[in-house]
Design a protein around this ligand. Structure first.
Ligand SMILES: [Zn+2]
Ligand SMILES: [Zn+2]
Length: 254
């Protein structure tokens, strides 16, 4: 059994908590120290109880608060060599490198990292397992490959990026260059891409599917929700949306 929760999800800050037994990991920390502490408290956690921080890539919405949180509470940080080189604040209490070809173990959790196409130095995402259930996290990817899909079959839980509704982005206020970036193979996943991705996965064991990293300008929760429902063939129980402000409360996979 493992459980997961979101501190918040979107371009203004991300953080995902995953817990199994005495092991509690935080994936990304895009909030200031005070904001992180406040959001952890809301989920009934203290920062001191975090076993490790894993960083997917160096963009501020994922990495802004990592250094300060690590130093303040002496938490080890796991990241790729590329992310370490590119991250602004790299004074961690302890630094451990993620090899994208190797599974790593942190306490009671097993972590399978995989590379994603995104405009960062060496970005990755994760599948996390307690040996029984598996939770996939996939945000900040402009497209998906067969190698990525391979990791995502038969998951019990999936946090999946639904960044923008294509029509809203195209008509929206963003400058042309930013629209191009978001739409590119190395940008972010749209609702439509999330739907297509889901259709290619074996989903028979799925308990929770969470729409993540929604744009507050170019998307609406109801659009993301509708795409995810379609993607799983209309079985909409267990579909949630993580928000920028509220994140997502604890959910159990077993
Ligand atoms: Zn991001
Ligand atoms: Zn990013």
């Amino acid at each position: 059994m493992l459980r997961f929760a979101s501190l918040g999800s979107g371009s203004k800050g991300n953080g995902t908590l995953i817990e199994c037994g005495m092991t509690r990991i935080l994936i990304d920390c895009g909030f200031t120290l005070a904001e992180t502490e406040r959001r952890l408290q809301r989920l009934g956690c203290s920062a001191a109880s975090i076993s490790a921080i894993l960083v997917t890539h160096e963009h501020g919405d994922h990495a802004l608060g990592v250094g300060r949180l690590s130093r303040r509470y002496q938490i080890p940080v796991y990241l790729t060599v590329g992310s370490f080189k590119a991250i602004a604040d790299k004074q961690f209490a302890q630094t451990l490198f993620i090899n994208l070809k190797q599974t790593l173990a942190i306490g009671d959790l097993e972590i399978i990292p995989f590379a994603v196409p995104h405009d960062a130095r060496e970005p990755c995402q994760f599948v996390i397992s307690d040996g029984g259930v598996r939770l996939g996290i996939l945000t900040d990817t402009g497209s998906y490959t067969d190698a990525m899909l391979e990791q995502l079959h038969g998951l019990q839980g999936l946090l999946l990026e639904c960044n923008y509704e294509t029509e809203m982005l195209q008509r929206g206020p963003y400058p042309y260059a930013l629209k191009e970036r978001l739409l590119s193979r190395y940008g972010h996943l749209s609702n439509q891409q999330a739907l297509e991705l889901l259709k290619q996965l074996r989903l028979d064991k799925l308990q929770y599917l969470v729409g993540c990293h929604l744009s507050e300008v170019n998307n609406l929760p109801e659009h993301a929700y509708a795409a995810l429902c379609k993607g799983v063939g209309g079985q909409c129980n267990g579909i949630k949306i993580a928000s920028q402000q509220e994140g997502l409360d604890w959910h159990i996979l077993n």
